[in-house]
Write a protein that binds this ligand. Sequence first.
Ligand SMILES: Nc1ncnc2c1ncn2[C@@H]1O[C@H](COP(=O)(O)OP(=O)(O)OP(=O)(O)O)[C@@H](O)[C@H]1O
Ligand SMILES: [Mg+2]
Length: 462
Amino acid sequence: MPRFLSARPDARLITLPWETPLEAWPLDNLVALPRGISRHVVRFIKVGQDIYAAKEVVEHLARHEYELLRDLNRLDTPSVEPVGVVTERFAPDGTPLDPILLTRHLQFSLPYRSLFNRGVRLDTVNRLVDAMVVLLARLHLVGFLWGDVSLSNTLFRRDAGSFAAYLVDAETGELHDELSDGQREHDLSIARTNLFGEFLDVEAGGLLDEALDPQTLVESIENRYRELWAELTEVEEFDGSEMHRIESRVRRLNALGFDVAELDITTDFAGSTVRIQPKVVDAGHHTRRLLRLTGLDVEENQARRLLNDLDYFRAQTDQQNADEAIVAHQWLQQRFEPVIDQVPSDLRGKLEPAQFYHEVLEHRWFESERAGREIPMIEAAKSYVRTVLRNLPDEQVEVPGRAELAELANPYDPSQGYADEEDEEKPYDPWEDDDLGPDAGVSAAPDFLDIEALRQKARKHS
Ligand SMILES: Nc1ncnc2c1ncn2[C@@H]1O[C@H](COP(=O)(O)OP(=O)(O)OP(=O)(O)O)[C@@H](O)[C@H]1O
Ligand SMILES: [Mg+2]
């Protein structure tokens, strides 16, 4: 009898033909799905409605990869989900067989070879490269040294207009508390070598847009990675009166698909230094977290904004180490409710409380940028009621499903509202700049995250 190592075993797996080498498994148990090249035998197994990827591999590697994938999943890093390791497999004649590592098949994922199959255009390649760069930065942020960065060890999923990249092969990985610059450089140099080879292959197959050259592509990956890393980790210094500038940074990070889970604030004689430590989180994560902490059940983007605000509150009240649930309760009483109380009873029907709070946060951000100082929430709430809420015609009242009907002003940052909203002139926000904003993809906007250009613009305007 084989042994199953699994945190959540699936009983239906037990009856599969483990005594047969994976290569010779009956077709009844398998499904044909696109797959990347691999040294090991990899097959997709169908069990009821579920599909698993099975990889036959020596025991210590199978266990190592299983443990690492579990850690990566626990850390909310985009990677395939481990299901278990099947060991002690023997053929009927007693020959020992290598263990099998099982992962959940990542639905709708495509290996890069399938993406390149029919030849891809320049902008698609740029999006793939962006996704790859974001994945590498996410892994490095949690201290994961990949060791075998390559397109074949990455899966891509379409994500609205762009791609999201997932790690599929963790065999060579190591998890550390934090990576040194040298370790990150090591991964980058492996990425250069592997990706260069992979792009050459694609080019040799006539599948690469002629305007693209493997060497330039590899260099652009490196540059974009360095820019993204700086945006994610550089310490910015603010003085106490410019707290709203933190929000600009948070917005840029949100637009890149990162979320700021913690604000680390250190004060010195000259003022205060605000250090932002971004943490990457999953879709739906904010709704769940806010519900757990406050009982407020709101949409993901609202939840994200409210949680960011909760984090500011925590930092402002110097409670970095206090129990999260207690801080959340204080935030509800001292921040959230007083703001909601600013809505006169005759206007209560116009907006849901969470949406109102969210709008006030937006309003305050614009007003603070305009005024060049931090506007208190209550003042912003009063001003919002007076200038916006009161004039909101009934048909503008938030209705469910509006997000599906209207086009977002900036698809990378839903908190910026909808394209058709006739807003008064807004203060400068580099993400919204016409010739650069990600929503301006139809014009001359580059199809990648040109962070340096963005920063230069932000500097010019500040
Ligand atoms: N959970 C999964 N979901 C979807 N596809 C998967 C999954 N696991 C593996 N694959 C596919 O199988 C391919 C091979 O898997 P993997 O890279 O783990 O094998 P490998 O033999 O270790 O590779 P290498 O040659 O890099 O060592 C992947 O490129 C991917 O296309
Ligand atoms: Mg691989």
